[in-house]
Design a protein around this ligand. Sequence first.
Ligand SMILES: Cc1cc2nc3c(=O)[nH]c(=O)nc-3n(C[C@H](O)[C@H](O)[C@H](O)COP(=O)(O)O)c2cc1C
Length: 337
Amino acid sequence: MNPARETDMRTQYLGLELDNPVVASASPLTGSADTLAQLEEAGVAAVVLPSLFEEQIEHEAMAIHQGLEFGAEITSEVFGGFFPELDSYNTGPDHYLDNLRRARTELSVPVIASLNGTSVGGWTHFAKVLENEGADALELNVYLVAADVAVSGAEVEDRYLQLVSSVREAVDIPLAVKVGPYFSSPGHMARRLADAGADGLVLFNRFYQPDLDLASLTTTPNLVLSIPTEMRLVLRWMAILHGRVDASLAATTGVHDAEAVVKLMLAGADVAMMTSALLNLGPGHVATVLDGVQRWFSDREYVSIDQARGSLSQLSSPDPSAFERANYMHALVSYST
Ligand SMILES: Cc1cc2nc3c(=O)[nH]c(=O)nc-3n(C[C@H](O)[C@H](O)[C@H](O)COP(=O)(O)O)c2cc1C
């Protein structure tokens, strides 16, 4: 029997031509030259550098222990063997620019820089600096926990849009916006973000959840890695948004293996991003995932992933109601212990 013909895995994301749809999302693995090289060697199509935070731009020398969402409690003890040796994580603009320059020089895959913030202000102009240093694209992570009970959903949404517009005005490179799922109408918000200038949407931000320590009666910052079932939320919204929003779609959260990548492509994602699985299994896991994705598509004689993309999205699915309320009762009834 002839071996199956290889499927063309090339993918467009933010107007960038990628060799395949697997991207390393922002994490300590993309903050170290060694692990960046390992990711590239394993076949990753692009990398997103760790975020530079609004607070760091505004207060340049902010120390790492002063309470960033990511960084304070991340150590190899927590994350096992594949956590790279880092003297620092998210330590400031100068260090960030060094990393960006080095990544641009040493890697041949596209390098996406990342800014993380919540308020409209002077810091967003730093986007231009990242563009000038050669970032192929920019990811804006709006990590906003709407904790002020006096602020309405409409006001929160306006803040997102102002932020996106101000970064959009600052740069010419493609702009992706990474947001959480907590909008009353995520699909409508996705459209508004695209209208405000986002070339791509990264769905979804995984908000870090503090815990309570019952011994000391304090809150404990405690970052846990994702598990594969968390991908379902992303899968639903990829399926709903495919073909309905004028922006590239990147999936993040819960992408751990080849099956997850295949499902997301069928739902309509342009790329699938990975962090937790790579922290667990190492950068080399990208090669295993790519192998599995290639095998799945070529065994079914797809010429390209583009040919399959979105074939199970809500617009194309034989069962569009599966993504909505209609299937809820069916799911409840089918539950068995
Ligand atoms: C240790 C760690 C550091 C992270 N740092 C960043 C960051 O700097 N900027 C960002 O946008 N996301 C950051 N993330 C979030 C990841 O990029 C990713 O969106 C999230 O972990 C969900 O994907 P996963 O399920 O593949 O882990 C970080 C995640 C982890 C676990």
